[in-house]
Write a protein that binds this ligand. Structure first.
Ligand code: C2E
Ligand code: MG
Ligand code: MG
Ligand code: MG
Length: 284
């Protein structure tokens, strides 16, 4: 669909089909309804501590259970949500669901921390740290039960603002991870001055580890640098035993990927835990 601005300043939408055969406006109306009718669902992907095999935390990944189009991945609707200014609301819904799930896991004796992906547009919400702290507190969770995954873009766009927001989050005890690390333009020297708990090394560094020794050497040196800054390193996109073993050898702290588990609905993750009989230990 095409949006133009009329002389009155209102947006005028023209109906044109996108590649999915569904107009953008239709998608937008669908998405607004989906919020109300509770069609967003979260899948959870475990992060495994490489030294011990323990799972302390999971990443929450949003999907849309669309009534006619089936289960849609985030790439299919997040850009629309972002473009329409719906990300803050989406983020609030996701945070609520993820924290509710953390409470449910606790009640089952499984104290997992949840990580939630944060768009830059959600992070700059003025009272975000207070708002999130309240969401955590009202559920009786500890702030450290929640990790926020932010992108390098957010850190680099407005450094002063990003720094302020991160420090306010740190003061409230919420933990911070930098997602897709290595794909943006941040440097470790810059990150050193920020309260970051975890770097999530992007998949593109991990994929070639299995058949390229230079790729493995590069990952090893990034892990070493992260450790010299006192930051934990998590590898994303671990798809095979070779990459997994390399990461163990490199001293990487945690791994996440299809080799360990795909993102799963909470009930399926439960079965995964039972099948694997993972020994649980509280974080730190
Ligand atoms: P991300 O945060 O980097 O999440 C990791 C993505 O990699 C997920 O895709 C996950 O399914 C996929 N993945 C995990 N392990 C492997 C693997 O071994 N191999 C491969 N090929 N892929 C793997 P997903 O769920 O489609 O999410 C895509 C992106 O959408 C996320 O990337 C994140 O940037 C965004 N996203 C997801 N949920 C949310 C949300 O609730 N809020 C916001 N703002 N963004 C979200
Ligand atoms: Mg993420
Ligand atoms: Mg990532
Ligand atoms: Mg990503």
């Amino acid at each position: 669909a095409k949006a133009t601005t009329s002389r009155s300043g209102h947006h005028v939408f023209t109906f044109t089909d996108d590649i999915h055969g569904d107009s953008r406006l239709r998608m937008l109306e669908d998405l607004r309804r989906a919020f109300v009718t509770d069609e967003l669902v979260l899948h959870y992907q475990p992060k495994v501590e490489l030294g011990t095999g323990h799972v302390h935390g999971v990443e929450a990944l949003v999907r849309w259970q669309h009534p006619t189009r089936g289960l849609l991945p985030p790439d299919a609707f997040l850009p629309t949500a972002e473009g329409a200014g719906l990300m803050r609301e989406l983020t609030r819904i996701v945070l609520g669901k993820a924290l509710d799930q953390a409470v449910a896991w606790r009640a089952e004796g499984r104290p997992l921390a949840v990580a939630v992906n944060m768009s830059a547009s959600s992070l700059i919400e003025a009272d975000l740290p207070e708002r999130i702290s309240a969401m955590v507190q009202v559920r009786g969770l500890a702030p450290s039960d929640l990790m926020l995954e932010i992108t390098e873009d957010f850190l680099m766009e407005d450094r002063a603002r990003a720094r302020e927001i991160l420090w306010r989050l740190r003061e409230s005890g919420i933990r911070i991870a930098v997602d897709d690390f290595g794909t943006g333009y941040s440097s470790l020297a810059y990150l050193r001055d920020l309260p970051i708990d975890e770097l999530k090394l992007d998949k593109s560094f991990v994929f070639p580890m299995a058949d390229d020794t230079r790729a493995a050497a590069l990952v090893a040196s990034i892990v070493e640098l992260a450790h010299s800054l006192g930051v934990r390193m998590v590898a994303e996109g671990v798809e095979d035993a070779i990459a997994y073993a390399e990461l163990v050898a490199d001293g990487c702290d945690e791994a996440q990927g299809f080799y360990i588990s795909r993102p799963l609905p909470a009930a399926a993750l439960d079965s995964w835990f039972r099948a694997r009989q993972v020994a649980l230990a509280p974080m730190n």
